[in-house]
Design a protein around this ligand. Structure first.
Ligand code: SF4
Length: 898
């Protein structure tokens, strides 16, 4: 089962510090938190953690900026009033019990999250599947990696990531498929880039419809047609067979189904593969030859693969190529899924998905259900898989689910057909939401709101993308009455009459039970085995070092790979090839002719409830946007920075147009983060149809057919304000935190008749505060700056075209304890030719902007390192180095056309 070992380096932290884990992406970086001299906390990367070895990306580096008490949910609330815990928990238990009694166990549901710690997840799953007797618990990880889980189970017999992060450095060829690793898993990308610098023979191929920042260091970028991945990897399998570069010995000894998979792969000749992938035959030949001729290949895949109507088939098409070459489970080789969320993997281990049981037990196997029931001593086990996320919310809409508990997620923004989801939740008879924040788009729909612990306050474990379990440790006190999610669940379970099974005195006891279950009647049949920790106590839990599973009873913590010598988790211990058919490309209709791709930006996370609090993270990209190829923009009559309406058959959003040749013609891209808390109408989930992969149930969030039209706006606005505007009287607006206040972008359909009054309302100033104004009656512009308490209170710049002012220079004026210039001077909108305008932020850590970097390039800086020496940009977390590289490449002399 287990193969070669990877390496770990234990190093003790300095006294007075806490070692914990970053709460953002699935890399799972170790973090050291220490009190700062100013009374807050300092955050740095943990050099002892094997995932990051001291590195952090921009999000991890800015964690200290997200710890403040602002906008926390501090007390339980029933309706619109504050309640005590007893009253709130009694009400939740009573309503869930009454609903189950009246309508059966399947009339209630939990919708949980990859943000939960494993201990929270374990208790939620135990309560629903083992005590309520329903499997109606699903997780937002369904939106992230359910197709990978399904693909793993089909090929390997269990949900197992075969390799470890060291493989990414040991590979001679890294293939990134549907993964903007540079922005979404930056520390892994930095590890790959460092390995490429150390071993120049190492190659990187990026397969993505967009030329993302991950492609900046790539030897080959394949701008594949959306959903062209199955055709691409089937073509690769056919090529491996045609060139006799298969590992016949591995196929014969350890697998089943090769011939059928090859027959399916051969259905499309090379010319058709080129058509279906949108790539030239020369590009295909180049990639196929690189793959065939390189022994050490790692294929990293992520949401671009998973979030598809054919996500599971894509996963298996990739795995087929690794099985066919025996490139799995050995150093520098293997298919490697990277998860989006910090604990998506932990959720998979405790059965957080509706179609799985805890500890890799199979919900479809009566013996496994019986095993779990005996272990839990539960009164009634779920007897079948529950509803997957989209089905679950459709059941709420249909009235079949009548009580819902949402923990640590924001489905009104993140689910497909988000407007429909909002209506469904609003109509649900009883809704509980446990969350950290006081405001998000789901909380107003809850009958009961329960305050949860935030990162920094909670204790537990998470599992990263390489199967490594790490501790999250508390280092600060919880505000007011906030409590752990596991505690809330256990208290409700107790009040529902299940007390003895939920008597945990802390997360250590839950983790020990989770470990005992992994070991229970296992006999080596289930790879997920952490029985070595079955007897862990609070002291051992406090000291627990990061370790990779499996670690069975009596075994030392050793990093392992899977399947180098077979040992799959199927009944016959063989791996499975899947015959994956290449389907014809879906064709957009004439009305919605563009394909919308969605994803993350570098410095924001999910629905911004945490990163939206950080001025540093909000500086890089401060408003929602849509990337459009120049040809498509020309056809639609759209200019850069226009406000555009993006519509699908399900909803619409208003976004800023960003015209770029990085985008593939016919496709557009929009980030998933913005929502009603930060923008007027930018919930991308409202556009996405509820189409899903038939095997995994994962929504196809990256292939929505849309149309884009330019919005005619009478006036565009940029403003900075010390206070957050209460309401913005504009058709389009977005707000972003900045040092000293807020920055606002807006666009109006009609010019206000009273500009000064409009400015005062937006800036939150009163009539007695000084207001300098400049009105351009000919050009149609208006500018205003207000002061208060001897400082700048805010400034507003309006123009009939997108506003051209030095935004970051104006933001910096908000921080000044006293104005550095008279108010009227500010109305110029910039520093003139002084060179003080940094331009749009590129390096979030140092605040260095594009204008500064451009000036250094003009002065002769020719490399990212030189720019770093001159400006500091890219010298800290390193997340911006790809962008600096892209600026250098754009400024480099272009070869003359032939
Ligand atoms: Fe956190 Fe960045 Fe590491 Fe992901 S890569 S875990 S976001 S520090």
């Amino acid at each position: 089962m287990a193969g070669a070992a990877c390496t770990t380096i234990p190093i003790a932290p300095a006294a007075g510090t806490v070692r914990t884990t970053c709460p953002y992406c699935g890399v799972g970086c170790g973090v050291i938190v220490a009190p700062s001299p100013e009374g807050g906390f300092e955050v740095r990367g943990d050099p002892a953690h094997p995932a990051n070895r001291g590195r952090l990306c921009s999000k991890g580096s800015a964690l200290a900026q997200t710890l403040g008490p602002e906008d926390r949910l501090r007390f339980p609330e029933i309706g619109n009033r504050r309640a005590g815990w007893d009253e709130a928990l009694e009400l939740v238990a009573q309503r869930f019990t009454a609903t189950i009694d009246a309508h059966g166990p399947d009339s209630v549901a939990f919708y949980v999250s990859g943000q939960l710690l494993t201990e929270d997840y374990y208790v939620a799953n135990k309560l629903m599947k083992g005590f309520v007797g329903s499997a109606n618990i699903d997780t937002n990880s369904r939106l992230c990696m359910a197709s990978t889980v399904a693909g793993h189970r089909r090929a390997f017999g269990a949900d197992i990531v075969p390799g470890c992060y060291d493989d990414l450095e040991q590979a001679d060829l890294v293939v990134l498929v549907g993964s903007n690793l540079a922005w979404c898993h930056p520390v892994l990308y930095q590890r790959i880039v460092a390995a490429m610098q150390a071993r120049p023979q190492m190659r990187l191929v990026v397969i993505d419809p967009r030329r993302t920042m991950s492609a900046e260091r790539a030897n080959l970028h394949l701008a594949v047609r959306p959903d062209g991945d199955v055709a691409l990897f089937n073509g690769l399998l056919a090529h491996l067979a045609a060139t006799d570069t298969l590992d016949r010995a591995y196929i014969d000894a350890h697998t089943r189904g090769f011939e059928a998979a090859l027959a399916a792969a051969r259905e499309r000749p090379r010319a058709q593969t080129a058509e279906l992938t949108g790539l030239s035959e020369a590009e295909l030949a180049c990639f196929y030859t690189m793959f065939a001729c390189t022994d050490r290949v790692v294929t990293i895949f992520s949401q671009g693969v998973n979030q598809s109507r054919h996500g599971t088939d894509k996963v298996n098409a990739i795995i087929n190529c690794h099985l066919a070459t025996g490139r799995i489970g050995r150093p520098g080789m293997g298919p490697f899924s990277v998860t989006g969320q910090p604990n998506a993997m932990g959720g998979r281990e405790v059965g957080g998905l509706a179609n799985m049981l805890a500890a890799h037990l199979d919900i479809d196997e009566p013996a496994d259900r019986d095993r779990l029931q005996r272990f839990w001593r539960s009164p009634r086990m779920a007897v079948r898989a529950g509803l997957k996320a989209l089905d679950l919310f459709e059941a709420i809409e249909a009235g079949r689910i009548r009580a819902l508990w949402v923990l640590a997620t924001n489905p009104v923004d993140s689910l497909p057909e988000a407007d429909r989801v909002r209506r469904a939740i609003a109509a649900c008879p009883f809704v509980v939401v446990s969350d950290v924040v006081a405001h998000n788009d789901t909380l107003p729909l809850a009958h009961v709101r329960l305050p949860s612990l935030a990162w920094g306050e909670k204790d537990g474990t998470v599992t990263n993308s390489e199967r490594r379990i790490s501790r999250q440790r508390a280092f600060m006190a919880a505000p007011a009455l906030a409590r752990a999610d596991w505690w809330q669940l256990a208290e409700v379970a107790r009040r529902m009459g299940f007390g003895p099974a939920f008597e945990y005195d802390g997360p250590a006891a839950i983790f020990a039970e989770h470990a005992r279950l992994s070991d229970f009647e296992n006999d080596g049949r289930r790879a997920f085995d952490i029985g070595a920790h079955a007897d862990i106590d609070a002291v051992g839990y406090a000291r627990l070092e990061p370790f990779q599973w499996p670690q069975g009873r009596g075994q030392a913590a050793v990093d392992r790979r899977f399947f180098a010598n077979g040992g799959f988790q199927s009944a016959d211990r063989k791996g499975r090839f899947l015959p994956v058919r290449t389907l014809d490309a879906a064709t957009p209709d004439t009305e919605y002719s563009l394909t919308l791709n969605t994803g993350r930006v570098r410095d924001h996370w999910h629905t911004m409830t945490r990163t939206g609090r950080s001025p540093r993270l909000s500086a890089h990209i401060a408003e929602p946007f849509v990337e459009i190829h120049p040809d498509d923009a020309r056809v639609a009559g759209i200019d850069d920075a226009d406000i555009v309406r993006v519509e699908s058959g399900h909803g619409q959003v208003l976004l800023r147009a960003l015209i770029t040749a990085r985008q593939r013609a016919g496709s557009v891209f929009a980030p998933m983060h913005w929502n009603d808390q930060f923008a007027s109408m930018a919930r991308i989930g409202a556009l996405i149809p509820s189409e899903r992969d038939p095997v995994s149930g994962q929504p196809a969030s990256k292939q929505t057919f849309v149309r884009i039209t330019r919005c005619t706006m009478a006036s565009f606005i940029f403003a900075v304000s010390r206070t957050r505007p209460r309401a913005i009287e504009a058709a389009y607006w977005s707000v972003a935190a900045c040092d000293g206040g807020w920055r606002i972008e807006a666009a109006l359909e009609r010019v206000p008749s009273d500009w000064p009054g409009f400015a005062r309302r937006l800036l939150g100033t009163t009539d007695d505060q000084p207001l300098a104004i400049y009105r351009d009656d000919v050009g149609g512009g208006f500018r205003a700056a207000a002061s208060g308490d001897g400082r700048l209170a805010g400034a507003l710049f309006a123009a009939p075209t997108p506003v051209a002012v030095a935004r970051n220079w104006l933001v910096d004026r908000l921080r000044e304890p006293a104005p550095s210039a008279p108010l009227a001077t500010l109305l110029a909108g910039g520093p003139g030719d002084t060179g003080e305008d940094a331009g749009a932020t590129v390096c979030a850590c140092t605040g260095v902007g594009a204008a500064t970097i451009a000036r250094e390039i003009e002065r002769g800086c020719a490399s990212v390192d030189e720019i770093g020496r001159c400006t500091g940009a890219g010298t800290q977390c390193g997340s911006c180095r790809s962008e600096i590289g892209a600026m250098l490449a754009a400024a480099a002399p272009q070869p003359l056309a032939a």
